[in-house]
Write a new protein. Structure first.
Length: 457
Protein backbone atom coordinates (compact mmCIF):
# COMPACT_ATOMS: atom_id res chain seq x y z
CA UNK A 1 0.00 0.00 0.00
CA UNK A 2 2.84 2.37 0.82
CA UNK A 3 4.53 1.59 -2.48
CA UNK A 4 1.42 2.69 -4.35
CA UNK A 5 0.27 5.60 -2.19
CA UNK A 6 3.46 7.34 -1.05
CA UNK A 7 3.41 10.82 -2.58
CA UNK A 8 0.04 10.20 -4.23
CA UNK A 9 -3.45 11.57 -3.56
CA UNK A 10 -6.01 8.92 -4.49
CA UNK A 11 -9.73 8.35 -4.22
CA UNK A 12 -10.29 5.78 -1.47
CA UNK A 13 -12.79 3.84 -3.57
CA UNK A 14 -10.21 3.44 -6.36
CA UNK A 15 -7.28 2.26 -4.21
CA UNK A 16 -5.93 -1.16 -5.29
CA UNK A 17 -6.58 -2.71 -1.86
CA UNK A 18 -9.37 -4.17 0.25
CA UNK A 19 -11.34 -1.39 1.92
CA UNK A 20 -11.00 -3.08 5.34
CA UNK A 21 -7.21 -2.94 4.98
CA UNK A 22 -7.45 0.72 4.01
CA UNK A 23 -9.70 1.41 7.02
CA UNK A 24 -7.22 -0.27 9.37
CA UNK A 25 -4.34 1.81 7.95
CA UNK A 26 -6.41 4.98 8.44
CA UNK A 27 -7.04 4.04 12.09
CA UNK A 28 -3.31 3.42 12.55
CA UNK A 29 -2.70 6.90 11.04
CA UNK A 30 -0.54 5.46 8.28
CA UNK A 31 -3.02 6.77 5.71
CA UNK A 32 -4.46 10.28 5.95
CA UNK A 33 -7.65 11.48 4.30
CA UNK A 34 -9.04 14.71 2.86
CA UNK A 35 -12.63 15.40 1.80
CA UNK A 36 -12.94 15.27 -1.97
CA UNK A 37 -14.76 18.61 -2.12
CA UNK A 38 -14.98 21.00 0.83
CA UNK A 39 -16.11 24.51 1.69
CA UNK A 40 -13.32 27.06 2.18
CA UNK A 41 -13.38 30.64 3.40
CA UNK A 42 -12.30 33.37 1.03
CA UNK A 43 -10.04 36.18 2.18
CA UNK A 44 -12.83 38.73 1.70
CA UNK A 45 -15.12 36.84 4.07
CA UNK A 46 -17.17 34.77 1.62
CA UNK A 47 -17.05 30.99 1.11
CA UNK A 48 -16.29 28.84 -1.88
CA UNK A 49 -16.02 25.17 -2.78
CA UNK A 50 -12.65 23.59 -3.48
CA UNK A 51 -11.75 20.27 -5.03
CA UNK A 52 -8.82 18.91 -3.03
CA UNK A 53 -7.56 16.91 -5.99
CA UNK A 54 -7.31 19.56 -8.73
CA UNK A 55 -7.67 22.60 -6.38
CA UNK A 56 -10.23 24.40 -8.52
CA UNK A 57 -12.42 26.90 -6.67
CA UNK A 58 -14.37 28.05 -9.72
CA UNK A 59 -18.09 27.78 -8.95
CA UNK A 60 -18.73 26.72 -12.55
CA UNK A 61 -16.74 23.53 -11.97
CA UNK A 62 -19.12 22.15 -9.30
CA UNK A 63 -22.47 20.43 -9.75
CA UNK A 64 -24.95 19.33 -7.05
CA UNK A 65 -26.53 15.87 -7.25
CA UNK A 66 -28.60 13.58 -5.06
CA UNK A 67 -25.97 11.19 -3.73
CA UNK A 68 -27.08 7.59 -3.28
CA UNK A 69 -24.19 6.78 -0.93
CA UNK A 70 -24.63 9.50 1.69
CA UNK A 71 -28.29 10.29 1.01
CA UNK A 72 -27.64 14.03 0.78
CA UNK A 73 -27.10 16.64 -1.89
CA UNK A 74 -23.41 16.36 -2.76
CA UNK A 75 -21.17 18.55 -4.87
CA UNK A 76 -18.80 16.94 -7.31
CA UNK A 77 -15.98 18.46 -9.36
CA UNK A 78 -16.40 18.49 -13.12
CA UNK A 79 -12.94 19.94 -13.74
CA UNK A 80 -11.11 16.64 -13.09
CA UNK A 81 -14.05 14.31 -13.76
CA UNK A 82 -12.09 12.22 -16.29
CA UNK A 83 -9.94 10.95 -13.38
CA UNK A 84 -12.96 9.58 -11.57
CA UNK A 85 -15.74 11.52 -9.89
CA UNK A 86 -14.72 13.19 -6.63
CA UNK A 87 -17.55 14.53 -4.43
CA UNK A 88 -18.10 16.02 -1.00
CA UNK A 89 -18.57 12.64 0.68
CA UNK A 90 -15.56 11.05 -1.02
CA UNK A 91 -12.23 10.61 0.73
CA UNK A 92 -8.89 11.35 -0.90
CA UNK A 93 -6.12 9.26 0.65
CA UNK A 94 -2.41 9.94 1.08
CA UNK A 95 0.43 8.17 2.89
CA UNK A 96 1.17 9.54 6.37
CA UNK A 97 3.69 6.94 7.51
CA UNK A 98 7.44 7.19 7.31
CA UNK A 99 8.58 7.75 3.74
CA UNK A 100 10.74 5.21 1.94
CA UNK A 101 13.47 6.39 -0.46
CA UNK A 102 13.20 5.57 -4.17
CA UNK A 103 14.22 2.07 -5.12
CA UNK A 104 17.66 1.43 -6.58
CA UNK A 105 20.73 3.63 -6.95
CA UNK A 106 20.74 5.98 -9.92
CA UNK A 107 23.64 5.73 -12.34
CA UNK A 108 24.34 8.12 -15.23
CA UNK A 109 25.17 5.88 -18.19
CA UNK A 110 24.76 8.46 -20.94
CA UNK A 111 28.02 8.65 -22.91
CA UNK A 112 27.34 11.79 -24.92
CA UNK A 113 29.15 15.10 -24.54
CA UNK A 114 27.66 18.52 -23.93
CA UNK A 115 28.72 21.65 -25.78
CA UNK A 116 30.26 24.41 -23.64
CA UNK A 117 26.94 26.31 -23.63
CA UNK A 118 25.03 23.17 -22.67
CA UNK A 119 27.55 22.35 -19.95
CA UNK A 120 27.25 25.80 -18.45
CA UNK A 121 23.44 25.68 -18.41
CA UNK A 122 23.44 22.16 -16.98
CA UNK A 123 25.77 23.22 -14.18
CA UNK A 124 23.69 26.30 -13.39
CA UNK A 125 20.48 24.26 -13.27
CA UNK A 126 22.06 21.63 -11.02
CA UNK A 127 23.34 24.32 -8.69
CA UNK A 128 19.88 25.88 -8.42
CA UNK A 129 18.13 22.57 -7.77
CA UNK A 130 20.58 21.67 -5.00
CA UNK A 131 20.21 25.13 -3.45
CA UNK A 132 16.39 25.02 -3.60
CA UNK A 133 16.30 28.01 -5.93
CA UNK A 134 13.78 28.32 -8.81
CA UNK A 135 15.38 28.20 -12.25
CA UNK A 136 14.42 29.05 -15.83
CA UNK A 137 16.18 27.31 -18.69
CA UNK A 138 15.47 29.33 -21.84
CA UNK A 139 16.83 27.25 -24.69
CA UNK A 140 15.91 27.44 -28.37
CA UNK A 141 14.21 24.50 -30.08
CA UNK A 142 16.90 21.94 -30.82
CA UNK A 143 19.34 23.23 -28.20
CA UNK A 144 19.51 19.77 -26.62
CA UNK A 145 17.38 20.52 -23.54
CA UNK A 146 16.91 16.84 -22.72
CA UNK A 147 20.66 16.19 -22.64
CA UNK A 148 21.11 19.26 -20.43
CA UNK A 149 18.73 17.72 -17.90
CA UNK A 150 20.51 14.36 -17.58
CA UNK A 151 23.20 15.59 -15.19
CA UNK A 152 21.02 17.65 -12.82
CA UNK A 153 18.34 14.94 -12.65
CA UNK A 154 20.94 12.28 -11.92
CA UNK A 155 22.50 14.41 -9.18
CA UNK A 156 19.15 14.79 -7.38
CA UNK A 157 18.42 11.06 -7.74
CA UNK A 158 21.90 10.15 -6.47
CA UNK A 159 21.06 11.92 -3.21
CA UNK A 160 18.06 9.65 -2.71
CA UNK A 161 15.54 12.32 -3.68
CA UNK A 162 12.61 12.21 -6.09
CA UNK A 163 12.28 14.22 -9.30
CA UNK A 164 9.34 14.83 -11.63
CA UNK A 165 9.61 16.09 -15.19
CA UNK A 166 6.14 17.40 -16.02
CA UNK A 167 4.95 18.47 -19.45
CA UNK A 168 1.54 19.48 -20.84
CA UNK A 169 1.71 17.06 -23.79
CA UNK A 170 1.53 13.25 -23.86
CA UNK A 171 3.74 13.23 -26.98
CA UNK A 172 6.56 14.87 -25.01
CA UNK A 173 6.28 12.23 -22.26
CA UNK A 174 6.54 9.50 -24.91
CA UNK A 175 9.58 11.26 -26.41
CA UNK A 176 11.39 11.77 -23.08
CA UNK A 177 10.69 8.46 -21.36
CA UNK A 178 12.90 6.13 -23.47
CA UNK A 179 15.69 8.71 -23.58
CA UNK A 180 15.86 9.00 -19.78
CA UNK A 181 15.59 5.23 -19.32
CA UNK A 182 18.55 4.84 -21.64
CA UNK A 183 20.57 7.66 -19.99
CA UNK A 184 19.93 6.91 -16.30
CA UNK A 185 20.00 3.36 -14.99
CA UNK A 186 19.64 1.77 -11.58
CA UNK A 187 16.45 3.56 -10.56
CA UNK A 188 12.73 3.12 -11.14
CA UNK A 189 11.33 5.51 -13.78
CA UNK A 190 7.60 5.95 -14.36
CA UNK A 191 5.93 7.50 -17.39
CA UNK A 192 2.43 8.72 -16.57
CA UNK A 193 -0.25 10.00 -18.96
CA UNK A 194 -3.87 9.23 -19.74
CA UNK A 195 -4.22 5.44 -20.06
CA UNK A 196 -0.60 4.67 -19.10
CA UNK A 197 -1.27 2.80 -15.85
CA UNK A 198 0.30 3.71 -12.52
CA UNK A 199 3.72 2.04 -12.61
CA UNK A 200 5.21 -0.32 -10.03
CA UNK A 201 7.56 0.54 -7.20
CA UNK A 202 8.54 3.91 -5.73
CA UNK A 203 9.97 5.80 -8.68
CA UNK A 204 12.91 8.12 -8.27
CA UNK A 205 12.02 9.81 -11.56
CA UNK A 206 8.49 10.39 -12.78
CA UNK A 207 7.91 11.78 -16.28
CA UNK A 208 4.27 12.82 -16.49
CA UNK A 209 1.74 15.10 -18.09
CA UNK A 210 0.89 18.05 -15.87
CA UNK A 211 -2.67 16.71 -15.49
CA UNK A 212 -1.27 13.62 -13.74
CA UNK A 213 0.05 15.87 -10.95
CA UNK A 214 -3.53 16.28 -9.72
CA UNK A 215 -2.91 12.81 -8.24
CA UNK A 216 0.23 13.75 -6.30
CA UNK A 217 0.77 15.46 -2.96
CA UNK A 218 4.13 16.42 -1.43
CA UNK A 219 5.86 13.79 -3.54
CA UNK A 220 8.89 15.41 -5.17
CA UNK A 221 11.99 17.28 -4.10
CA UNK A 222 12.16 18.89 -7.53
CA UNK A 223 9.65 19.38 -10.35
CA UNK A 224 10.96 20.42 -13.76
CA UNK A 225 8.19 21.74 -16.02
CA UNK A 226 9.22 21.12 -19.63
CA UNK A 227 7.48 23.01 -22.46
CA UNK A 228 5.90 25.26 -19.83
CA UNK A 229 4.50 27.61 -22.47
CA UNK A 230 2.34 24.89 -24.05
CA UNK A 231 -1.45 24.65 -23.92
CA UNK A 232 -3.18 23.93 -21.57
CA UNK A 233 -0.59 24.63 -18.84
CA UNK A 234 -0.42 28.34 -19.55
CA UNK A 235 -4.22 28.72 -19.56
CA UNK A 236 -5.22 26.49 -16.62
CA UNK A 237 -4.27 27.82 -13.19
CA UNK A 238 -5.05 24.48 -11.54
CA UNK A 239 -2.19 22.83 -13.44
CA UNK A 240 0.26 25.33 -12.02
CA UNK A 241 -1.22 24.77 -8.55
CA UNK A 242 -0.84 21.02 -9.09
CA UNK A 243 2.91 21.48 -9.59
CA UNK A 244 3.17 23.25 -6.23
CA UNK A 245 0.99 20.62 -4.54
CA UNK A 246 3.24 17.87 -5.87
CA UNK A 247 6.34 19.45 -4.33
CA UNK A 248 7.52 18.48 -0.87
CA UNK A 249 7.87 21.33 1.67
CA UNK A 250 11.07 23.08 0.64
CA UNK A 251 10.95 21.50 -2.83
CA UNK A 252 12.10 23.44 -5.87
CA UNK A 253 10.59 24.12 -9.29
CA UNK A 254 12.45 24.65 -12.57
CA UNK A 255 10.98 25.65 -15.92
CA UNK A 256 12.27 24.69 -19.36
CA UNK A 257 10.98 26.45 -22.47
CA UNK A 258 11.99 27.88 -25.82
CA UNK A 259 9.43 30.70 -25.59
CA UNK A 260 9.15 32.09 -22.05
CA UNK A 261 6.06 34.22 -21.47
CA UNK A 262 5.70 37.05 -18.92
CA UNK A 263 3.68 34.60 -16.76
CA UNK A 264 6.57 32.12 -16.75
CA UNK A 265 9.07 34.83 -15.85
CA UNK A 266 6.77 35.91 -13.02
CA UNK A 267 6.45 32.32 -11.81
CA UNK A 268 10.22 31.98 -11.44
CA UNK A 269 10.39 35.34 -9.71
CA UNK A 270 13.31 37.55 -8.74
CA UNK A 271 14.79 34.87 -6.51
CA UNK A 272 15.18 32.50 -9.44
CA UNK A 273 18.08 32.11 -11.83
CA UNK A 274 17.99 32.08 -15.62
CA UNK A 275 20.11 30.19 -18.14
CA UNK A 276 19.91 31.07 -21.84
CA UNK A 277 21.06 28.98 -24.80
CA UNK A 278 20.37 30.93 -28.02
CA UNK A 279 21.83 28.33 -30.40
CA UNK A 280 21.17 24.71 -31.30
CA UNK A 281 23.53 21.97 -30.15
CA UNK A 282 25.00 21.61 -33.66
CA UNK A 283 25.77 25.34 -33.82
CA UNK A 284 23.69 26.13 -36.91
CA UNK A 285 21.08 28.90 -36.84
CA UNK A 286 17.36 28.27 -36.54
CA UNK A 287 15.46 28.00 -39.84
CA UNK A 288 13.68 31.30 -40.51
CA UNK A 289 10.08 30.86 -41.72
CA UNK A 290 9.20 32.28 -45.13
CA UNK A 291 5.77 33.72 -45.92
CA UNK A 292 3.92 32.38 -48.96
CA UNK A 293 0.49 33.84 -49.81
CA UNK A 294 -2.35 31.35 -50.26
CA UNK A 295 -5.28 33.70 -50.75
CA UNK A 296 -8.70 32.07 -50.82
CA UNK A 297 -7.33 28.65 -49.85
CA UNK A 298 -10.45 27.63 -47.90
CA UNK A 299 -12.76 28.19 -50.86
CA UNK A 300 -10.44 26.29 -53.20
CA UNK A 301 -10.12 23.35 -50.79
CA UNK A 302 -13.89 23.25 -50.27
CA UNK A 303 -14.22 22.90 -54.05
CA UNK A 304 -11.97 19.83 -53.94
CA UNK A 305 -8.70 21.37 -55.14
CA UNK A 306 -5.34 21.91 -53.46
CA UNK A 307 -3.95 25.43 -53.92
CA UNK A 308 -1.19 25.37 -56.54
CA UNK A 309 1.62 26.54 -54.25
CA UNK A 310 0.76 24.09 -51.47
CA UNK A 311 0.50 21.24 -54.00
CA UNK A 312 3.86 22.15 -55.55
CA UNK A 313 5.55 22.30 -52.12
CA UNK A 314 4.19 18.86 -51.18
CA UNK A 315 5.15 17.33 -54.53
CA UNK A 316 8.68 18.69 -54.10
CA UNK A 317 8.96 17.00 -50.70
CA UNK A 318 7.70 13.73 -52.16
CA UNK A 319 10.12 13.94 -55.09
CA UNK A 320 13.08 14.59 -52.78
CA UNK A 321 11.89 11.97 -50.27
CA UNK A 322 11.97 14.49 -47.43
CA UNK A 323 9.66 13.76 -44.46
CA UNK A 324 7.20 16.57 -43.79
CA UNK A 325 4.58 17.90 -41.41
CA UNK A 326 1.78 20.19 -42.63
CA UNK A 327 -0.02 21.99 -39.79
CA UNK A 328 -3.68 23.02 -40.03
CA UNK A 329 -5.69 25.44 -37.85
CA UNK A 330 -8.53 22.94 -37.29
CA UNK A 331 -9.30 19.24 -37.43
CA UNK A 332 -12.22 19.96 -39.78
CA UNK A 333 -10.07 21.64 -42.44
CA UNK A 334 -7.36 19.01 -42.09
CA UNK A 335 -9.77 16.09 -42.60
CA UNK A 336 -11.39 17.93 -45.51
CA UNK A 337 -7.97 18.13 -47.18
CA UNK A 338 -6.73 14.60 -46.48
CA UNK A 339 -8.35 13.07 -49.60
CA UNK A 340 -6.75 15.80 -51.73
CA UNK A 341 -3.28 14.95 -50.38
CA UNK A 342 -4.02 11.22 -50.77
CA UNK A 343 -4.27 11.83 -54.51
CA UNK A 344 -0.59 12.89 -54.41
CA UNK A 345 0.44 9.92 -52.26
CA UNK A 346 -1.95 7.49 -50.58
CA UNK A 347 0.47 6.98 -47.67
CA UNK A 348 0.06 10.55 -46.34
CA UNK A 349 -1.76 10.41 -43.02
CA UNK A 350 -3.43 12.85 -40.63
CA UNK A 351 -3.34 13.07 -36.80
CA UNK A 352 -4.98 15.13 -34.09
CA UNK A 353 -5.30 14.98 -30.28
CA UNK A 354 -7.96 12.25 -30.15
CA UNK A 355 -6.75 10.23 -33.15
CA UNK A 356 -6.64 6.54 -32.22
CA UNK A 357 -3.49 5.78 -34.27
CA UNK A 358 -1.58 8.97 -33.55
CA UNK A 359 1.46 7.33 -31.97
CA UNK A 360 1.69 4.66 -34.65
CA UNK A 361 1.53 7.24 -37.45
CA UNK A 362 4.21 9.43 -35.85
CA UNK A 363 6.43 6.37 -35.49
CA UNK A 364 5.78 5.47 -39.13
CA UNK A 365 6.93 8.96 -40.17
CA UNK A 366 9.99 8.69 -37.95
CA UNK A 367 10.88 5.36 -39.56
CA UNK A 368 10.25 6.75 -43.09
CA UNK A 369 7.44 4.26 -43.75
CA UNK A 370 5.17 7.15 -44.69
CA UNK A 371 6.25 10.39 -46.43
CA UNK A 372 4.41 12.95 -44.31
CA UNK A 373 1.58 13.84 -41.96
CA UNK A 374 -1.12 16.45 -41.80
CA UNK A 375 -1.54 17.58 -38.21
CA UNK A 376 -2.95 20.11 -35.78
CA UNK A 377 -0.78 21.90 -33.23
CA UNK A 378 -0.66 18.65 -31.24
CA UNK A 379 2.72 17.99 -32.91
CA UNK A 380 4.11 21.49 -32.53
CA UNK A 381 6.59 20.17 -29.97
CA UNK A 382 8.05 16.95 -28.61
CA UNK A 383 8.93 15.42 -31.99
CA UNK A 384 12.41 15.10 -33.52
CA UNK A 385 12.80 13.68 -37.03
CA UNK A 386 15.95 14.18 -39.16
CA UNK A 387 15.55 16.29 -42.31
CA UNK A 388 11.95 17.19 -41.44
CA UNK A 389 10.32 19.91 -43.59
CA UNK A 390 7.46 21.98 -42.19
CA UNK A 391 4.53 23.96 -43.54
CA UNK A 392 1.64 25.78 -41.87
CA UNK A 393 -1.60 26.15 -43.78
CA UNK A 394 -3.60 29.15 -42.56
CA UNK A 395 -0.75 30.66 -40.56
CA UNK A 396 -2.93 33.74 -40.03
CA UNK A 397 -5.26 31.71 -37.76
CA UNK A 398 -5.44 32.65 -34.07
CA UNK A 399 -4.21 29.21 -33.00
CA UNK A 400 -0.85 30.03 -34.58
CA UNK A 401 0.43 32.65 -32.18
CA UNK A 402 4.09 33.69 -31.83
CA UNK A 403 4.91 30.81 -29.50
CA UNK A 404 3.23 28.17 -31.68
CA UNK A 405 4.98 29.37 -34.85
CA UNK A 406 8.38 29.35 -33.12
CA UNK A 407 7.77 25.85 -31.78
CA UNK A 408 6.58 24.56 -35.15
CA UNK A 409 9.58 26.13 -36.88
CA UNK A 410 11.75 24.36 -34.33
CA UNK A 411 10.74 20.96 -35.73
CA UNK A 412 12.92 21.63 -38.81
CA UNK A 413 16.70 21.60 -39.03
CA UNK A 414 17.28 19.68 -35.78
CA UNK A 415 19.79 17.22 -37.24
CA UNK A 416 23.44 18.27 -37.73
CA UNK A 417 23.34 16.44 -41.08
CA UNK A 418 20.28 18.46 -42.18
CA UNK A 419 20.35 21.79 -40.29
CA UNK A 420 18.57 23.92 -42.93
CA UNK A 421 15.01 22.58 -43.05
CA UNK A 422 12.32 24.53 -44.89
CA UNK A 423 9.58 26.28 -42.89
CA UNK A 424 6.74 27.81 -44.92
CA UNK A 425 3.88 29.95 -43.57
CA UNK A 426 1.07 29.64 -46.13
CA UNK A 427 -1.33 32.47 -45.31
CA UNK A 428 -4.32 34.58 -46.28
CA UNK A 429 -2.64 37.68 -44.87
CA UNK A 430 0.37 38.26 -42.62
CA UNK A 431 -0.44 38.77 -38.94
CA UNK A 432 1.50 40.53 -36.15
CA UNK A 433 2.04 37.10 -34.55
CA UNK A 434 3.74 35.84 -37.71
CA UNK A 435 5.97 38.91 -37.82
CA UNK A 436 6.78 38.59 -34.09
CA UNK A 437 7.80 34.94 -34.52
CA UNK A 438 10.16 35.74 -37.40
CA UNK A 439 11.68 38.67 -35.47
CA UNK A 440 12.22 36.47 -32.41
CA UNK A 441 13.92 33.73 -34.45
CA UNK A 442 16.20 36.26 -36.18
CA UNK A 443 17.07 37.78 -32.80
CA UNK A 444 17.98 34.37 -31.37
CA UNK A 445 20.09 33.65 -34.44
CA UNK A 446 22.00 36.90 -33.91
CA UNK A 447 22.61 36.04 -30.25
CA UNK A 448 23.60 32.51 -31.23
CA UNK A 449 25.99 33.86 -33.85
CA UNK A 450 27.72 35.97 -31.20
CA UNK A 451 27.96 32.99 -28.86
CA UNK A 452 29.44 30.62 -31.47
CA UNK A 453 31.14 32.98 -33.90
CA UNK A 454 28.97 31.65 -36.74
CA UNK A 455 27.06 33.98 -39.07
CA UNK A 456 23.34 34.44 -38.29
CA UNK A 457 20.60 34.20 -40.90
Amino acid sequence: MQEFLQGRLWLRDLLPADQKVVGDLIKEELIGTLPGVEAVKRWHGGTAWRCNRCLTEDARDFHVFNCRRCGRNCRYCRHCLNMGRVASCDELCYWRGQARPPQGKAELVWEGRLTPLQQRASGELEESLLAGRPHLLHAVCGAGKTEILFGPVHRILAEGKRVCIATPRTDVVLELLPRFKKAIGGTVIHGLYGGSGHGEGIAGLVIATTHQLYRFREAFDAVIVDEADAFPYTYDRTLRLAVRKALKPGGVQAVVTATPSPAILSEIGRAGRKSVIPVRFHGHPLPVPRNVPLFGYRKRMAAGNLPVRLKAWTEERLRREEPFLIFFPSVLLMEQCLPLFSELDGRIGAVHASHADRRELVMALREMRIPGLLTTTILERGITIPNLQVAIVGAEGPVFDRSAIIQISGRAGRSPDHPDGDVVLFHHGITPEMDAAVREIRKLNREGGKATGMPAL
